[in-house]
Ligand binder design. Structure first.
Ligand code: UDX
Length: 447
């Protein structure tokens, strides 16, 4: 099939590359000529495992093109995907300016029937507004439909999530639109396909992200209780997660959810609830619990160090989660300025996201970007872990211990087993480990 795609951010780029990989001919548009130039040369603009290879292969095979010219993506295409950003406005609602702009851009370019598909996360009924906008500009004769086919890609595993989906949601209000999307996906995927109306599909995406956020806030409240009761939240999460009604994923307690999607989509849903007179209390509580996580970590750090000023603090992890260079909504954006303002001397390391942080916080005499985790730990009074990179899990603890001035570790992602850390000579603080429970022993016997 011939496909056009608007927006080459995280979702747009992964979607265009993967659709080309399935054999479709994809033309992706971005307004930014530097992004288009980089992508056309096969240089990824984001850090995403598996993407560079697929990008290069599909450009080489002639199935994938990047352009600033909207007409090239619309002319001759069967389906046009809308993957532009829907960032939060100051009132929490989703800002749909870019979606509207794509609708206005597409309208005069329609040359025969087109299916326009929302991929970006948008509030329910956005398709209705897209349809109205295009219809007003084209008049009644042009043939087009607007459908919703939300993506559920997680940064860091987005290529795998696309190519091995656990479900595909197709929201279409007529048979023609539905068949086109089934033709696009069905030959390649064996997963359940949820066929539904456009508005339901839009709402499925919002609901999925709100539920994931709620699950994380739930386990974080339990983790605070675990600390109070002297039990280990990781073991509790495993103990409940083996129940298929609960499920073991998204039960990692710690600093809570960041990134560009969960916080934004939760806030947008809260405004939708309020606009419709529906009780938003639970959703607001999920958000409030999440926003207190970083403060909890900072309180532990302050208690451990007593005085922060002039202390050397190693910060491991800048991205909002592992395997991405994305720092949107990352705890590092709160922790690093807080420590810096408090007079600490910082040595910061991240395997991928340092360039993005450096652009916001250039190095100075109290903010140094280290070459490695060990380099960051050198002479530190405390080491703070903010991201769950595997590289940190496999650190040589003896070496870390010997490099540090005082062996204090504040672990915002619960990467280590407390008793292992204590045995290695660390003063170890995490979020949700009340005492030294025999987690290592339990894993060995396969419990
Ligand atoms: C999310 C959704 O998972 C994805 O389906 C949607 O398409 C986009 O938004 P993403 O933002 O890439 O994906 O990251 P995700 O893996 O969902 O993690 C979100 C945040 O929650 C991260 O900050 C992560 O560290 C945190 N998290 C995740 C936890 O704190 N605990 C967990 O158990 C899981």
């Amino acid at each position: 099939m011939r496909l056009g795609l608007f927006g080459t951010g995280y979702a747009g780029l992964v979607t265009s590359v993967c659709l080309a990989h399935l054999g479709h001919s994809v033309t992706a548009v971005d307004k930014d000529p530097t992004i288009v130039a980089a992508l056309s040369e096969g240089t990824p603009t984001i850090h995403e495992p598996g993407l560079p290879e697929l990008l290069a292969d599909n450009i080489k095979a002639g199935r994938l093109k990047f352009t600033t010219r909207s007409e090239d993506a619309v002319a001759g295409s069967d389906i046009i995907f809308v993957c532009v950003g829907t960032p939060p406005r100051s009132d929490g609602r989703a800002d749909l300016c870019q979606v509207e702009e794509v609708a206005r851009t597409i309208a005069p370019l329609l040359d025969g029937y087109k299916l326009i598909v929302e991929k970006s996360t948008v509030p329910a009924r956005t398709a209705h507004w897209i349809t109205r906008t295009i219809r007003r500009l084209t008049g009644p004769d042009r043939e087009f439909d607007v459908a919703s086919n939300p993506e559920f890609l997680r940064e860091g595993t987005a290529v795998r999530d696309f190519l091995e989906p656990d479900r595909i949601v197709i929201g279409a209000d007529n048979g023609r639109a539905r068949s086109l999307l089934l033709d696009l996906y069905k030959p390649s995927f064996d997963c359940p396909i949820v066929l539904t109306s456009v508005t339901t599909a839009e709402f499925i995406k919002q609901t999925a992200n709100a539920f994931l956020a709620a699950k994380i806030s739930f386990i974080n409240v339990m983790s605070d209780l675990c600390e109070a009761l002297g039990v280990d939240v990781t073991t509790v999460a495993r103990g409940i997660g083996l129940d298929p009604r609960i499920g073991g994923h998204f039960l990692d307690a710690g600093l809570g959810f960041g990134g560009s999607c969960l916080p934004k989509d939760l806030s947008a849903l809260i405004t939708v609830a309020e606009e419709n007179g529906v009780d938003s209390g639970m959703l607001k509580e999920v958000r409030r619990i999440n926003s207190a996580r970083v403060e909890r970590l900072l309180a532990k750090l302050e208690r451990a160090l007593w005085v922060v000023r002039h202390k050397a603090v190693a910060v491991l992890g800048v991205s909002f989660k592992a395997n991405t260079d994305d720092i949107r909504g990352a705890p590092s954006l709160t922790v690093i300025p807080w420590l810096h303002a408090g007079g600490a001397n910082l040595r910061v390391y991240d395997p991928a996201a340092v360039p993005k942080l450096k652009a916001l916080y250039p190095p100075d005499d109290r903010l140094v970007y280290a070459e490695s985790a060990l380099d960051a730990a050198r002479d530190a009074h405390a080491l703070v872990i903010l991201t769950d990179w595997d590289e940190f899990r496999s650190l040589d603890l003896g070496r870390v211990r010997s490099l540090m001035r005082t062996p204090i570790v504040i672990d915002g992602r619960n990467l280590f087993v407390p008793e292992v850390m204590r045995a290695a000579g660390f003063e170890y603080y995490s979020l949700g480990h009340g005492d030294v429970t025999p987690r290592v022993e339990m894993q060995r016997v396969g419990v």
